[in-house]
Design a protein around this ligand. Sequence first.
Ligand SMILES: Nc1ncnc2c1ncn2[C@@H]1O[C@H](COP(=O)(O)OP(=O)(O)OP(=O)(O)O)[C@@H](O)[C@H]1O
Ligand SMILES: [Mg+2]
Length: 336
Amino acid sequence: MPAILEVDQLVKKYGDFEAVKGISFNVDEGEVFGLLGPNGAGKTQTISMLTGVIPPTSGTARIAGHDIRTEMNEAKKINGLVPQDLALYPTLSARANLNFFGRIYGLGGKDLKERVEDVLRIVALTERADEAVEKYSGGMKRRVNIAAGLLHHPRLLFLDEPTVGVDPQSRNHIFESVMRLNRERGMSIVYTSHYMEEVELLCNRVAIIDEGKIIALDTIKNLIALLGGGVIHVGLERVDDGLLERLSALPGVEEAVLMPQPAPPPLAEQEDPEVKEREPVTTTPIIKVVAVNSQQAIVNVIGFLNEQDITLTSLEILEPNLESVFLHLTGKKLRE
Ligand SMILES: Nc1ncnc2c1ncn2[C@@H]1O[C@H](COP(=O)(O)OP(=O)(O)OP(=O)(O)O)[C@@H](O)[C@H]1O
Ligand SMILES: [Mg+2]
């Protein structure tokens, strides 16, 4: 399958700050590709460079072979952008907004009319298309935004967090539209999100992006397989010398490591008399057990701790999913 998008060492700097730190990936024709990362990871900055909203500091990309540095006009005919921020005229109806955007793309006459009706159908807004957009819910506005991005029949569509602040009904309409555009029209899609459930549902391959870098890129199945059996968090009343080594040697366990403890409150707060009156926050150590085989690991870890007379204070079994992949790779949660 030929690549419709080839991203090559893309960098975006603001003074000394590097928002995007040399990102490379390919998207195949017909693929739904996920860009998954927390707030501030660099998803919007990356997409903005690929669609000509902002220039890259260095690096480049090719869209169906067109270099974005020298052939952005050609590239723009192939890709469509549905930005994270809405850009609609609130007093105009959805149909009027779409007619307006269509004319900006140089469309007109019967062709424009047909396309407006087509994209309204795709986002399931035909029946309410003549109401002013300001009377729409957030989700419906977002669907008009998606419709606008589809008017010029892009082969490659960039969707930047299309479901943020969207009601469940609109969310489902958006998912269905994405799946239909891909399956029925063969559209390639780059879908950014910080909801791993969405990416798991819609995407073939995923790049996990954090602090301006891609930290993993693969199919969802392979990314989850990275974790092997999964991850178990075990809270203990105490951690004896050598305990981690002995847990790591148990059958089914790949490694056992102590999770970082939350930082103590700042000194000023410790001295604040009001704060002193509160219950002291007691945290027991938590051990992260990376399991090759979760079942076997749980049985062996609990058995061993019983033998050692160490009381368990908590036990959490993390179903392996993209969230646990992210946690495993970065030590952070996707959504704090
Ligand atoms: N104009 C700018 N000047 C300086 N820094 C910027 C500018 N625009 C974005 N940034 C920074 O670039 C980083 C990446 O931002 P970006 O918007 O790409 O994140 P994101 O992954 O899209 O996050 P979110 O999920 O919140 O949309 C952030 O640290 C942001 O503060
Ligand atoms: Mg963003």
